[in-house]
Ligand binder design. Structure first.
Ligand code: ADP
Ligand code: MG
Length: 716
């Protein structure tokens, strides 16, 4: 058999059953995937795993010693039950096998091995459900083998109930044994400068280290490989977009007359970001830019000025919002900002999936004919039936709800339109580099002057249950003062099961939220203080025209208190809203809370944010809430978010699942490494854009992109 390559199919080295199981469990398709499945940790034969440290519900593999084996007849059914107790010297854990007496031959007292299963609880003790094990050689035999072997660390792989860690270890052994030459993704010179290992050695050392000290240098090498492949891939992607031809769109009268209408001056940041965008739009390559700025920092305005610039030459702009409510609101505020004359020229048009068919057809026609120069919608704008006469600019509001593939799909609707992505979620530098490495990034740091500011408080019901009443007192006071109040719930109705609009960051609480929109509505309707208050509700299960009507009434000041789910999270602009009350605040992520808070204090009215939580002092959930109350700095909160939630979530959210997750690389801990890799990659690509002289790197990028595509298609 010819030597294996990293891109050989798994079936070349494993039997079908194992290959299929690995594909099903981890999405592995090739030998390279298997070898990139790195051990989670290493066990030593001599060291037992502390049983007390195991968490119920976890799938784990531990090293332990058998302390007793017993068999008994079953009372209520036929057959026998074999009970094996294993121990780490202190704690104990039991394994039970039904009708498997034959195992008594090998499961003998005093033997050690690796045991694997899902940690369960039975009568106060821990036990393994579906136990699985692999015994070490008897101690005497082990003593006879070379000492090197006895001290060899055992890799413990991320495993599932269907695929045990030793099954993976065995598969990896086979792959390593059969593996031929590996083209190194790291150029020789880079490897030497950073004192890293050859690729082949790194793989050997991470999967089958002779001693535990082999592991760290191997990880360091593989981390650099990962960073370099990622950065070089992103830079190539960026170069590919840059190589497309775009029609230059110089600004003219339209933008001028818009600027003349403004009753305020642009902030310095708005002006400078505006200049960057203006320059991008007159270039012959498509713009590919991310603008990040706090809620209310004036991003929409910046985007609108870009739309006016492309409209000058008859180019259309499409604005994609994450929800129908927001699309409708964007349309309204754009029309208001444009004023009657410009609106008549540009015909801003709403086009969403839930519009009545006749309206929708009319809107689609205006878009296809090129009559409407500004089109606002949701993902429906991506549908194959929407055609544009001359799509020049795509503005995506809130990148974290919008994946890379969708961006590409829209891009395909124009001949290389310019792309502008807006996000109010501040993105730490390394995340930006990792996830949005193909975009140019601009930042609006300052808010327009004249904002009255926001005060934030935590209402900690765990210690101070009476504060719950005071929260509603405050709400009533604000309404009495003529202000508007938002109440945000983590659920629509906690009395019915619903996947609904529940927020995503709910690591802490496996329990259900305490308050749903329905329950709050009932509560407030019973409080005499609220008898005269105009209360409405808003959530994702309402028909879109109803949602829209509610938002319209809120914007018009006809609603005093709105009880909603996170559908109001982004973009809602009600200058008279003073108060944001978030119930079960611990069930929301840091940046989500920050965004919600940004809904109030947008005008000259001072904002008040009350974060209501039952989470106990010191719990991670509580820490998140406290962190948000402690600062208004979105960038600082983004860092906190990254630390508290773990970057998997942050990356996952930021990229809408498009890029498969990082393996060894950690965006916070490896910030410097990522920056270095980016520099190295840009030097390499400057000399050799196709990486002809670096086939190892080129192939690794290809494999990675392929993984991403598969991940995006959900095929793994
Ligand atoms: P974002 O999209 O970043 O949340 P918007 O563009 O919606 O912010 O702006 C928020 C509010 O601030 C809007 O009412 C807008 O008209 C107003 N605004 C924008 N830029 C300025 C400015 N330079 N000075 C005063 N108000 C501004
Ligand atoms: Mg906005």
């Amino acid at each position: 058999m010819p030597p294996l390559r990293l891109d050989s199919p798994l079936g070349d080295v494993l039997d079908d059953k194992v290959a299929k199981a690995l594909t099903k469990a981890f999405g592995m398709a090739r030998v390279g995937d298997l070898l990139a499945h790195y051990p989670r940790r290493y066990a030593l034969r001599g060291e037992l795993t502390p049983i007390a440290s195991l968490t119920v519900g976890e799938q784990v593999s531990i090293v332990a010693e058998i302390v007793s084996v017993s068999e008994r007849r079953m009372h209520n059914r036929r057959g026998s039950l074999l009970e094996v107790v294993i121990s780490d010297g202190e704690g104990q854990l039991s394994l039970t096998f039904f009708n498997q007496s034959w195992r008594m031959g090998e499961l003998r007292r005093g033997r050690r091995g690796m045991f694997s299963g899902k940690v369960g609880e039975f009568r106060g003790g821990k036990q393994f459900a579906h136990p699985d094990y692999q015994l070490f050689d008897d101690l005497e035999t082990a003593a006879q083998t070379a000492q090197a072997l006895a001290s060899r660390p055992i890799p413990v792989y991320p495993a599932t109930a269907a695929v045990a860690t030793w099954t993976i270890a065995k598969a990896v052994e086979g792959a390593l044994d059969g593996l031929g030459e590996v083209d190194d993704p790291l150029p020789d010179d880079l490897r030497r400068r950073h004192a890293l290992l050859p690729a082949r050695t790194a793989l050997e050392h991470i999967h089958r280290p002779s001693v535990i000290d082999d592991v760290a240098p191997a990880q360091q090498t593989l981390r650099m490989q990962e960073a370099l492949v990622l950065q070089a891939g992103l830079l190539q992607q960026r170069a590919a977009v840059a190589a497309l031809h775009a029609r230059p769109r110089p600004a003219g009268e339209l933008r001028e007359s818009f600027d003349a209408r403004l009753t305020f001056a642009l902030t310095d940041d708005q002006a400078s970001v505006g200049e960057q965008i203006a320059a991008d739009l007159v270039a012959e390559r498509p713009m590919n830019r991310l603008v990040q700025g706090e809620v209310g920092s004036g991003k929409t305005l910046v985007a609108l000025r870009a739309m006016l610039q492309v409209a000058e030459s008859g180019g259309q702009a499409a604005l994609i919002a994450p929800t129908e409510v927001l699309a409708a609101q964007h349309l309204r505020s754009i029309a208001a900002m444009l004023g009657p004359d410009l609106s008549a020229k540009l015909i801003p048009t709403l086009l969403t999936g839930q519009m009545p068919a006749a309206d929708r057809r009319r809107a689609a026609l205006r878009v296809a004919s090129g009559q409407s120069l500004i089109v606002v919608g949701t993902h429906a704008l991506l549908s194959a039936t929407t055609t544009f006469a001359d799509l020049a600019l795509v503005v995506v509001d809130e990148q974290h709800r919008f994946g890379v593939e969708q961006r590409d799909a829209l891009r395909a609707k124009g001949t290389a339109p310019h792309v502008l992505v807006l996000t109010a979620t501040p993105i730490p530098r390394t995340v930006a580099m990792t996830v949005f490495g193909d975009l140019d990034v601009s930042t609006i740091r300052t808010l327009p002057p004249g904002r009255a500011g926001i005060e934030s408080f935590v209402a900690p019901l765990a210690e101070k249950p009476s504060w719950f009443g005071r929260v509603w007192d405050r709400a009533a006071e604000e309404v009495a003062a003529g202000r508007q109040v938002f109440v945000v719930c983590a659920a629509i109705d906690v009395d019915v099961d619903e996947p609904g609009d529940a927020p995503s960051a709910t690591d802490a609480a496996a329990s259900r939220p305490t308050w749903g929109v329905a329950q709050v509505a009932t509560l407030l309707s019973q409080l005499p203080r609220f008898a005269q208050v105009r209360i409405e509700i808003l959530h994702g299960r309402m028909p879109s025209d109803e949602k829209d009507a509610v938002m319209r009434r809120v914007a018009a000041g006809e609603v005093d208190l709105l009880i909603a789910t996170t559908v109001i999270e982004v973009g809602v602009d009600v200058p008279n809203a003073s108060t944001m009350i978030v119930l079960d605040a611990d069930r929301f992520g840091v940046s989500q809370l920050h965004q919600l808070r940004g809904r109030v204090g947008r005008g000259s009215v001072p904002g008040l944010c009350l974060l209501v939580t039952e989470a106990a002092v010191g719990s991670p959930a509580r820490e998140r809430v406290e962190a948000v109350a402690a600062t208004l700095d979105g960038f600082a909160l983004a860092e906190v978010d990254l630390e508290l939630r773990g970057e998997g979530d942050v990356l996952g959210a930021a990229q809408s699942g498009a890029r498969s997750s990082l393996r060894l690389l950690r965006v916070v801990a490896d910030a410097d490494l990522i920056a270095e890799a980016r520099d190295e990659a840009s030097v390499l690509l400057a000399d050799d854009p196709q990486l002809t002289a670096h086939p190892g790197l080129r192939d690794a990028i290809e494999r990675r992109l392929d993984d991403d595509t598969r991940a995006a298609l959900g095929k793994n």
